[in-house]
Design a protein around this ligand. Structure first.
Ligand code: TLP
Length: 344
């Protein structure tokens, strides 16, 4: 029987039996009235873990990022983000359409911005120029292949922001992968940002939802914007219950996904296609297919014939993401299939 291995994304993870049980038993109420005890518990847990005053349960990572940008900026402002960041690349132009801000994009070093790069892009006070009001970092960086920021870089960027009276938002869709990679609790990363969005529905396996954390005042603003955008959910405790299980029991196991990504990376490095395995730090493996002599589409089709699904990240770029649904055997099968596809 053909094996089926879905490496397209960690968004394909399924809720665990413990999550389904918690969802079934969840106490619920109308969350727009602030009466859902399970949502409140999740939001308190998210705030506590990130060391922030408050957090807000939102439908998706995209909504969390967009609310943060709405709340941190005024129309006509400029925000700084990395050229390949999710906020710039994948959020449907929301920053322009919703917040009315423009992006100053800077290519990072494997997705990582430095204080020097950011500092050079901050606008001077000048009637002709838009004010820089927000810096957005992505940790881990998706398109760069799951790269995590060194903690000292986060700290110096935060200092730069404070010195320039600029807010700092972190797209931490996979911030728990970054925390596990750095062997620290997540608050050791989030102490260097004014707000952070993180996804419950990726490696942490919850079926739906993300949290946005920050100061009480910021979260109240975001709560209003969430309502404006139609994101006020009612008996949302049903899904929040899975989020609580995700935060309490799914963080440490991300190490397994990182180990599997490492196995895959080391094997690809042996395929003589100029792949640098050190670029892989967490659960994402991005491979340039140019030296294989095949486009991403060709490779994706060949692998799909063998039951392996991957993402195309460009004409000559593929992405494979390890997650809870991927076993060591799946990785071995992927390595063998990839090796013969690369040769053939
Ligand atoms: N990323 C998805 C796709 O949109 C590309 C994926 O499969 O990786 N920030 C980052 C860094 C993300 O990777 C994603 C999702 C989001 C935000 C948005 O989260 P959702 O999908 O919940 O809106």
């Amino acid at each position: 029987m053909l094996r089926f291995v879905d490496l397209r994304s960690d968004t394909v993870t399924m809720p665990t039996p413990q999550m389904r049980e918690a969802m079934y038993r969840a106490e619920v109420g109308d969350d727009v009235y602030g009466e859902d005890p399970t949502v409140r518990e999740l939001e308190e847990l998210g705030a506590r873990m990130t060391g922030k005053e408050a957090s807000l349960f939102v439908t998706s990572g995209t909504m969390g990022n967009q609310l943060a940008i709405l709340a941190h900026t005024q129309r006509g402002d400029e925000i700084i983000c990395e050229s390949d960041s999710h906020i710039f690349f994948y959020e449907v132009g929301g920053i322009a359409a919703l917040a009315g801000v423009q992006a100053r994009t800077i290519p990072g070093n494997h997705g990582v911005l430095t204080p020097e790069l950011i500092s050079a892009a901050i606008r001077p006070r000048d009637i002709h120029q838009p004010p820089t009001s927000l810096i957005c970092l992505e940790n881990t960086h998706n398109r760069a292949g799951g790269v995590s920021y060194p903690i000292e870089v986060l700290s110096s960027i935060y200092t730069l922001c404070k010195n320039n009276n600029i807010q700092l938002h972190t797209d931490g869709a996979r911030i728990f992968n970054a925390a596990v990679r750095n062997q620290v609790s997540v608050d050791k990363l989030t102490c260097y940002t004014d707000s952070v969005m993180f996804c419950l529905s990726k490696g942490l396996c919850a079926p739906v939802g993300s949290l946005l954390a920050g100061s009480q005042e910021f979260i109240e603003k975001c709560r209003r914007y969430r309502k404006m955008l139609g994101g006020g959910m009612r008996q949302a405790g049903i899904i929040a219950a899975a989020g609580i299980v995700a935060l309490n029991s799914m963080v440490e196991r991300l190490n397994e996904d990182h180990d599997n990504a490492r196995l895959l990376a080391n094997a690809i490095a042996n395929m003589d296609i100029g792949f640098n395995p050190n670029a892989v730090q967490t659960n994402i493996v991005v491979v340039d297919t140019t030296t294989i002599g095949k486009t991403a589409a060709e490779l994706a089709a060949r692998l799909a014939d063998q039951g392996i699904k991957i993402s195309q990240f460009g004409d000559y770029k593929i992405r494979m993401v390890t997650h809870h649904g991927i076993t060591g055997d799946d990785i071995e099968y992927t390595i063998n299939t990839l090796a013969s596809t690369v040769k053939g």
